[in-house]
Design a protein around this ligand. Structure first.
Ligand code: FEO
Length: 396
């Protein structure tokens, strides 16, 4: 079998998942996801982060093939989340003498998930572990993505095994390294991953990036998505931009509409934004597009305009999940606007306005509420003006 090698003695032994519909059972995976794992073969042999347990047979085959009869001495757990750690029991069955390497916060959750782990090595910030020629060094990156998260730096090769950080959705379709693929294909799914997984802890992500700044990094090997060796500046730049929440020109319009009227309003708002000079105007029906895609664009663009019709005395139900996610992830540096239909009760605009007030979201224009359908000139004018105002603020 032709091994995938990062260096002469460091192997990629990850797997592709094209059968899971939703990551963490809620984020759609139209392009799948990879669970990356790495093997270092030296005087001591190390596995860095295993894979999701459903792929254990394929995983063990790849690891054993690279090992050529040797055994694994250490298993580094950079992160406890089961998309990586859930095969730990199977790995320990295969090599019962493995020492599991984690930090002071690793083993509590790990044992809560999988039971006692007696053969363990607890490492601290900056601590090293010599393997022979290679030396691992451990750096804590709490909350990227869980409290115990850490990255492992291998000093001889200059590779950072970054776990969730610098990861992305999308399987690795033959190309494992960034210079073997069309990056444009991966960028949107990287940002969607960031906005829905890492974005909540953007400040901690920024600190993690700064921590890497002190190391001589030749390659970044995350646990999802591409291995970075040729476009390090590009991926570091993207992560820094997203972590600093530097929004790009553009407007995202999201609406929930029971009978189509609030959808018609969304088109009028969009026309106003476009005539303000915004080239990137995205319009989403919240009942059609899963929230992770919308959050990804909200993270990217400056203007965010939410529209909801009334549903009894509240708002179109699906919009509740989006406003919840905005509350959770707190995208900053946005210009918000609100619109929607009253139906017979009102409630959509009122609920969105209350949400904006409670969350102190930057509402830059008066909310626009329309009785029934937007069939009156003044309704068109108000909706158009809403789009135009936010568009003018979101073109630079
Ligand atoms: Fe890929 Fe937070 O696990």
């Amino acid at each position: 079998m032709k091994q995938i090698q990062l260096t002469e003695h460091i192997y990629y032994v990850g797997v592709n998942d094209r059968r899971t519909d939703r990551f963490e059972n809620h984020i759609e995976l139209p392009n799948g996801v990879s669970y990356n794992s790495y093997l270092i073969v030296d005087e001591q042999v190390v596995l860095i982060d295993p894979v999701e347990s459903g792929f254990i047979e394929e995983y063990l085959f790849k690891v054993k093939s690279a090992l050529q009869g040797r055994k694994v001495d250490y298993l580094v757990i950079n992160h406890d989340e089961p998309d990586h750690s859930s095969s730990i029991a199977a790995v320990l069955r295969e090599w019962p003498e493995i020492q599991v390497v984690g930090n002071a916060k690793t083993f509590g959750p790990l044992e809560a998930f999988y039971g006692p782990i007696t053969n363990r090595k607890v490492v601290a910030e900056g601590e090293t572990l010599s393997l022979g020629t290679h030396t691992l060094q451990f750096f804590m990156v709490p909350m990227v993505h869980w409290p115990e998260s850490m990255v492992t730096y291998e000093q001889h090769s200059g590779i950072v095994f970054s776990n969730d950080a610098f990861g992305g959705f999308g399987t690795l379709n033959g190309g494992i390294f960034d210079d073997q693929v069309n990056l444009a294909f991966y960028e949107d799914d990287m940002r969607r991953y960031y906005a829905n997984i890492v974005g909540k802890v953007a400040m901690q992500a920024l600190k993690a990036i700064e921590k890497l700044g002190g190391l001589e990094v030749k390659m970044i090997a995350p646990s999802h998505g591409l291995v970075w060796r040729d476009n390090l500046a590009w991926v570091l730049g993207k992560y820094t931009q997203w972590s600093k929440q530097e929004s790009e020109p553009g407007v995202v319009i999201v609406y929930g509409s029971m009978h189509g009227n609030t959808g018609v309003m969304a088109d009028i708002v969009a026309r106003g934004a476009a005539e303000a000079g915004v080239k990137e105007v995205k319009v989403y029906d919240i009942s059609k597009t899963e929230v992770s895609f919308i959050m990804s664009d909200i993270w990217k663009y400056k203007g965010v305009i939410l529209g909801a019709c009334a549903h009894y005395a509240s708002m179109y139900p699906n919009m509740t999940l989006l406003t919840h996610e905005i509350n959770e992830f707190k995208p900053k540096n946005k210009n918000y606007g609100i619109f929607g239909g009253m139906s017979w009760s009102g409630g959509g605009v009122k609920t969105l306005a209350k949400w904006a007030e409670d969350g102190k979201w930057n509402l830059v224009a008066e909310p626009v509420e329309v009785k029934g359908a937007p069939i009156r000139e003044e309704d068109w004018d108000r909706l158009y003006a809403l789009g135009r105002t936010i568009g003018e603020l979101s073109t630079h």
